[in-house]
Design a protein around this ligand. Structure first.
Ligand SMILES: Cc1cc2nc3c(=O)[nH]c(=O)nc-3n(C[C@H](O)[C@H](O)[C@H](O)COP(=O)(O)OP(=O)(O)OC[C@H]3O[C@@H](n4cnc5c(N)ncnc54)[C@H](O)[C@@H]3O)c2cc1C
Length: 590
């Protein structure tokens, strides 16, 4: 017995060493402590901060999270006090000697070795460095760490102070319109910068299906963002006094021709003047340490782990952005750099290290969400491009219901796209809107995880009162529409097939005359849906072989019309998502 505690001394306490002290690493450390009071738990973090809120960084940049300390809920001292963790910041692990079960650590000028019983790797990801000349210019920033956001805030404060309230505002170029790029655009705009957004893909937020992306484009443009799609940044060069070329919105500072520190040259020859540049074109797994140690990596370069987060070495576990997961729909082994999986994996790895029952890693859906000014965009499961690439048969449904009962004030349109397998299984869903997107995508993510079908969605019982939803919730509506399509109650056609519809069928617009006159498909016959029963003869006269492709604004009236036509013996089909979806994919119609 020891004098201090009266308890038996702990012999052979497990030494758990964790590399990386943020999402996955700290989740593992905290769980391990809760499971094993006696383990020696050492967390090694190369940076100056641990357990920081990296997902909150864009909101500190914008000023919404005003206090920097809010991002830093823990310090090594607080973690020692609350969880008895030995957290060492500024300590970088450089070598893993698997045979000796030792690691080498670089801490400032010192190098030392540390033995482990269990080693957990949570080194995260590294930013992809695109082939752009001049990325080392001091005005080029990334947005991944606390020092990154400190540098950006300091720079913006200087710019704003230097220009003063009455002067033209500063400007920025954001390269990459992914989740973090869009958050950066929003934050910079909130700080008063004129922002140019450069994206190589032909639409913003490339994981989003093409027909939803134009909603984000409009929102960005409305907030003054100058979008450059389908082009790459080629070079960042030291400043010049120059105007923007090749059109697009021009910030006041550029109009005034005031000096700016950099110009960014794009692949289409345009040049953009800016006070600062943020590059965010994606990440890749930080797996160099694991590779050097001979751990097995997958073709994606991510660390290969089993369902318990074990690497190919029985004494080493790995979690987070650095590891491969199984994508739920395609079965592909890929990294999915998101906070949720990293935190859950950290917990699981700690369970495994401490000899507890683990909840095996479930296939990952990649559920993600982003706010773009007043809009929310969210996605779960496989998008259409992924399904096509994987050769997975699917039928796509588009709906545009209100986020709550239309008769209750404030109903906002909710744009939902979902893909179903021929047997009705939900494969993926995406949504964009001003309200209610998060709730629906979370329900649909749960539905995919549970293997639910269109029938299950139709029968889901969801909370309803007019301020919150509808008696037939948008999720139920997706189920109803999918049931109708899959059992041929309502055959449908897709906006991508417009040219085929025009050449092989009669295209019938069943909207009102004023709607038709505001914009329509050239060559479409307009018969408002309430007149259709009386005017079937006109359809018979014009529809070769009785084939009719119907559309209305959102797909609801054309559904009714399609039923009338089918009952009258026509081969009718309804445009999925109606004119709203068609316009998004065919902007030339507007
Ligand atoms: C700005 C930003 C916003 C984000 N927003 C969201 C969001 O809204 N939603 C979402 O789901 N995800 C978001 N993410 C992604 C999410 O933060 C990551 O998926 C998650 O943090 C991954 O956890 P991890 O433990 O694998 O890596 P990290 O949390 O990145 O931690 C890895 C740590 O390991 C350290 N390290 C690496 N190598 C070594 C070494 N050799 N020795 C010692 N230390 C080392 C690194 O310095 C780093 O601090 C965001 C990321 C960023 C950067």
């Amino acid at each position: 017995m020891t004098k201090e505690t009266g308890r038996a001394p702990v012999q052979d306490a497990l030494r758990i060493v964790i590399v990386g002290g943020v999402a996955g690493g700290m989740s593992a450390a905290a769980r391990a402590r809760r499971l094993d009071e006696h383990a020696e738990i050492i967390v090694l973090e190369q940076g100056a901060y641990v357990s920081f809120a990296n997902c909150g960084l864009p909101y500190h940049l914008s000023g919404e999270i005003a206090g920097r300390d809010e991002l830093l809920p823990h310090t090594p001292a607080s973690l020692a006090e609350s969880l008895n963790l030995d957290v060492r910041t500024g300590h970088r692990v450089t070598v893993i000697d698997r045979a000796a079960k030792k690691i080498t650590i670089q801490a400032g000028q010192n190098t030392y070795a540390l033995a482990y019983d269990a080693l957990l790797l949570s080194p995260g990801a590294v930013a992809v460095r695109p082939p752009i000349e001049g990325l080392d210019h001091p005005s080029v920033h990334t947005l991944r760490t606390v020092p990154d956001v400190d540098a950006l805030r300091a720079r913006i404060d200087d710019l704003v102070a230097a220009r003063g309230q009455s002067q033209p505002g500063p400007s920025a170029v954001v390269i990459g319109a992914g989740f973090i790029g869009l958050e950066a655009v929003e934050a910079l705009t909130a700080r008063g910068l004129a922002v140019h957004l450069v994206e190589l893909a032909d639409h913003v937020l490339p994981p989003l299906d093409a027909e939803l992306a134009p909603l984000l484009t409009d929102e960005l443009t409305t907030h003054g963002v100058d979008l450059r799609l389908g082009v790459s940044a080629q070079a960042v060069r030291a400043g010049a006094t120059m105007p923007v070329t090749l059109g697009g919105s021009i910030s006041e500072s550029q109009k005034a021709g005031s000096p700016v520190p950099v110009t960014v040259t794009l692949s289409d020859g345009a040049t953009l003047a800016a006070d600062l540049v943020i590059v965010n074109v994606g990440v890749k797994p930080a797996s160099a340490l694991a590779l050097d140690a001979g751990l097995e990596l997958g073709p994606s370069g991510a660390i290969r782990v089993d369902a318990d987060q074990h690497t190919s070495d029985p004494h080493i576990w790995a979690v987070g952005d650095a590891v491969e997961v199984t994508q739920a729909i395609t079965g592909a082994r890929i990294p999915v750099p998101l906070a949720g999986p990293a935190n859950r994996q950290g917990r699981r790895a700690a369970d495994s290290i401490c000899g507890r029952r683990t909840t095996p890693q479930a296939p990952v859906l990649g559920t993600a969400i982003v706010r773009v000014f007043g809009l929310t965009a969210a996605t779960t499961g496989a998008n259409q491009a992924t399904l096509r690439r994987a050769g997975i048969a699917h039928e796509v449904m588009h709906i545009h219901p209100g986020h709550h009962a239309g008769y209750y004030p404030g109903s906002e349109p909710l744009h939902l796209v979902a893909s179903f397998a021929p047997d009705g299984t939900l494969l993926g869903a995406q949504g964009v809107g001003r309200a209610g997107v998060d709730k629906r995508i979370d329900i649909l993510a749960t539905a995919i995880r549970a293997g639910m079908t269109a029938d299950d969605l139709a029968e889901l019982e969801l909370a309803y009162a007019p301020p919150y939803g509808s008696a037939k919730d948008p999720v139920n509506m997706l189920g109803f529409v999918a049931q109708n399509v899959l059992d041929a109650t309502m055959p449908q056609w897709q906006a991508q097939d417009l040219n085929k519809a025009l050449t092989t069928t009669l295209v019938l617009d069943v909207r009102s005359r004023p709607e038709y006159e505001q914009g329509h498909i050239d060559g479409a016959l307009n018969i408002p849906h309430l007149e259709l029963r009386q005017r079937l003869g006109e359809v018979t006269a014009l529809a070769a072989k009785g084939k009719v492709s119907v559309y209305c604004a959102s797909g609801v009236r054309s559904y009714l019309a399609t039923r009338v036509l089918l009952s009258a013996g026509f081969q009718a089909r309804n445009l999925s998502g109606g004119w709203l979806t068609l316009q998004a994919l065919h902007p030339e119609l507007c």
